[in-house]
Write a protein that binds this ligand. Structure first.
Ligand code: PML
Length: 210
């Protein structure tokens, strides 16, 4: 299989990104799809586009996707409490999401103290070489939710991860999620106001994580 990645920006500000793994026959379609995604993005015009293809050499590991839960009564505070993320750490995470920096990857915070544990500054860390193969969930789910669910499944499969919070930095997409190995992928509607680039991914972990 091949890994294919897209990253697009304007004046060094992240606009759009995507990645998957596919067979050689599907590469051309993904190239076109990611090209169009980058040049027609609601976050704005781009002046830089990077499309990268690499052969995947490591053995492929299969994970069962986290179950998707849509419960309108879910609140971030309750979900955090149930997964061992302190209120202080949750609020620290929300500060990163609401600040004006557009990170291209995730921020790692201690689930207990809220202290930042990665040292990637404005870049953030990225899960890479992943794809979503099949979906046994009920009904149709969008490409965006499939990708987000695949990413959340990989993140939450890592030992020491307690939970992950994601808010899209797309201007008009206001559904986010809180995922954890214990509670699954919980979609949160209206997690942010329309019209802002606020967003990001926060991974809450045990401090002893490798
Ligand atoms: C993004 O890539 O923009 C984040 C996607 C979050 C999807 C949340 C959902 O609709 O379940």
């Amino acid at each position: 299989m091949y890994s294919i990645k897209m990253r697009a920006s304007h004046e060094d500000i992240h606009i759009s990104g995507a990645e998957t793994m596919c067979e050689f026959e599907d590469l051309e379609n993904y190239l076109k799809k990611y090209f169009n995604k980058a040049f027609n993005h609601e976050n704005g015009n781009i002046d830089f586009l990077n499309l990268k293809i690499e052969k995947v050499k490591a053995p492929i590991q299969t994970l069962v996707a986290l179950p998707v839960v849509e419960n309108l009564n879910d609140t971030l505070t309750q979900l955090a409490k149930q997964t061992g993320v302190s209120e202080y750490a949750l609020n620290k995470g929300l500060e990163f999401i609401k600040n004006d920096i557009t990170y291209t990857g995730a921020i790692i915070l201690s689930a207990q103290t809220g202290q930042r544990l990665d040292s990637t500054e404005q870049r953030g860390i990225r899960v890479t070489q992943l794809a979503f193969k099949t979906c046994k969930c009920n009904g149709e789910i969008s490409e965006r939710v499939k990708d987000a669910r695949a990413l959340a499944t990989c993140i939450n499969a890592f030992e020491g991860v307690k939970a992950e919070l994601c808010v899209s930095d797309d201007l008009h997409y206001t559904t986010g999620y809180f995922a954890s190995p214990k509670l699954g992928y919980r979609r949160i509607f209206n997690i942010k106001e329309k019209g802002t680039r606020h967003g990001g991914r926060i991974i809450f972990v045990d401090e002893g994580i490798n």
